[in-house]
Design a protein around this ligand. Structure first.
Ligand code: FES
Length: 105
């Protein structure tokens, strides 16, 4: 069974920008952005070394780069360019009216 949480509304999303949203009882904010008008959501923590992507993540084309050690993650696949064993999780996204929900599990 999915653990689905409400993250934000469509009006909170700026196309092409990274935004982090706090979700009650979730440790790391949920990051939300868009690629080709599709919403992409992922945990706000770098899988390399548990650093906040709210503070250190930067969008570069379809990549999020963590500024701490420079690792880059493909937002479509989650694959890390520098360490293929590292994966940026992406959450399944669903819309309920204008509300953006993600499946944490
Ligand atoms: S903590 Fe993000 S690249 Fe190392």
């Amino acid at each position: 069974m999915a653990l689905r949480v409400r993250v934000c509304t469509l009006a909170d999303i700026v196309p092409g920008e990274l935004r982090g949203f706090l979700v009650e009882n979730v440790t790391w904010p949920v990051m939300v952005t868009t690629i080709d008008e599709q919403i992409v959501a992922f945990p706000g923590v770098c899988p390399h070394d548990d650093v906040s992507l709210v503070d250190y993540g930067v969008r570069e084309d379809d990549i999020v780069r963590c500024r701490v050690h420079g690792y880059r993650f493909d937002l479509r696949s989650g694959v890390c360019e520098h360490a293929p064993g590292l994966q940026l999780r992406r959450y399944r996204v669903s819309l309920v009216g204008d509300e953006v929900w993600v499946d944490l599990l």
